[in-house]
Structure formats: structure tokens, C-alpha cells
Design a protein around this ligand. Structure first.
Ligand code: ZN
Length: 241
């Protein structure tokens, strides 16, 4: 199966549409959480994701915050402002969709978790040491995560060491060991590349293809401004941080 893996859409419909348009025909879509938060299109993004065939989707910390499952105080001031706006915007049906999402999911050889398999909604896998501690927290060959907005892989080597590989090119990765993979962020990249990120996973060949696509950042910025959302959330889209 050719599977589209995407994460951290963050209510950016323009980026999501660009990803869906360039990903081509896929057999399934796996979404690793944070459909909402920061961006101006929360309802449209939830509706678009829900409409995709063979969807597996899990809950992110911003999705949980939208539902009131996480206290506002645990976010910075600007994030609090956008979460308040988000709570007032979400339709009843779309709230219901977010409420239905599990925080962890196993599908075939892969565990899906937003942050980490050990602490699915919250933990950031930013270094190989933290990643190494997480290999005991899933039983499958692979684990796919989002949350850091950085496309990368943590590979469990034969000698027991875990290495971190940045996936900033477009070379495919052939998965020959247990690996934790992150497709990067569709709607708010933070690796200084403003293009929307996603990956194509082949669950038979065990290949992971990192992908990027240019989208119209300016139009998203205009919607952020007109919604009265924090300016910083618009500015960072242009540089991808
Ligand atoms: Zn996120």
C-alpha cells in the first residue's frame, strides 16, 4: 500500500490542499494529530481530513486543548489566544470528530502517536537519547510521530545505538531496522523550509519518501490577520520556523 503520512496541519487548509494535490493516488491516509491550532481554517481542515479514504487519525496536544482536555495555562500567551479563538470557532460536529480520536493507534507494522509512544500527546522526540528510551514503548517495527514539526528518523542500530537522521532532502529511506519516523509538519514547518511537509510510506517495500510542496503562504497569512490571530503565527510560516 502507498500511504500518505502527514502531521501538524495546524488549521492551514492551503497547505493541506497542496499536499493532497501532489501526493497522488494513495491507498490510505495516516494523520498524526494537531489538525487544529495556530491557523485560520480549523473546521475546513477537520472536514477535509474526515473526507479522506482509509483514514487513520490520532489526537494531538492542540486538538486536546481545543476540547478543553488540557489547561490553557500550559500554553504560551499567543497559543492561549489562538486556542480561545479555536474553541469559539469549532462546530459541534467537528468537536465530536476530535473527541473520537484515540491518542495512539497500531496499524499493521506501525504504531501512530503524536508526540511519542511513551507519552503520546506531550513528549517531544528531539534527540536520540529520548528516542532510545521510547523503543520499549511500542511493539511494532515502526512508530510514526509528529509534534516537533521536524522531518527526521531515529534508527535503532544493530549495536543498540539510536541515531538521528534529518530528512531534509528528497532521497527515500529504506527501512531495514526498527525506526521512529516523523514526516514533518504540513501546516507549520519548523526546519527553516517553509514548504508543506509530508511523507509517502510503502508498507510492503518498507520505504519512506520525504516530500515537500510549495503553497501560497500569503493567502494563509491574510486569513490569520483577518481572524485576529497572533501575528507571529503568520510571520513564522514564511520562514518555516
Ligand atoms: Zn503541532
Amino acid at each position: 500500500m502507498r500511504i500518505l503520512v502527514l502531521s501538524d496541519i495546524h488549521a492551514n487548509l492551503t497547505a493541506l490542499e497542496a499536499v493532497l494535490a501532489t501526493a497522488g493516488t494513495v491507498d490510505a491516509v495516516w494523520c498524526l494529530g494537531d489538525i487544529v491550532g495556530y491557523g485560520p481554517d480549523p473546521n475546513q481542515c477537520i472536514e477535509m481530513i474526515q473526507s479522506l479514504p482509509k483514514l487513520s487519525c490520532i489526537l494531538g496536544n492542540h486538538d486536546a486543548a481545543a476540547l478543553g482536555q488540557i489547561a490553557l495555562e500550559s500554553f504560551n500567551q499567543e497559543a492561549q489566544q489562538s486556542i480561545r479563538w479555536l474553541r469559539s470557532e469549532l462546530t459541534y460536529a467537528n468537536r465530536g470528530f476530535l473527541e473520537s480520536l484515540p491518542d495512539k493507534l497500531v496499524t499493521g507494522d506501525v504504531t501512530l502517536a503524536h508526540g511519542s509512544p511513551r507519552n503520546p500527546v506531550w513528549e517531544y522526540l528531539l534527540d536520540p537519547f529520548t528516542a532510545a528510551e521510547n523503543f520499549d514503548s511500542f511493539d511494532t517495527l515502526f512508530c510514526f510521530v509528529g509534534h516537533t514539526h521536524l522531518p527526521l528518523a531515529y534508527i535503532f542500530r544493530d549495536d543498540g545505538q539510536v541515531t538521528r537522521e534529518s530528512l531534509d532532502g528528497d532521497a527515500p529511506l529504506y527501512l531495514t531496522a526498527r525506526t521512529i519516523l516523523n514526516p514533518g509538519s504540513t501546516g507549520q514547518p519548523r526546519d527553516h523550509d517553509p514548504r508543506a511537509a509530508y511523507a509517502i510510506f510503502d508498507d510492503e517495500q518498507h520505504t519512506w519518501q520525504p516530500c515537500r510542496v510549495v503553497y501560497d503562504v500569503r493567502s494563509v497569512q491574510r486569513r490569520i490577520f483577518s481572524a485576529g490571530l497572533p501575528e507571529r503565527h503568520a510571520m513564522r510560516l514564511l520562514q518555516g520556523w
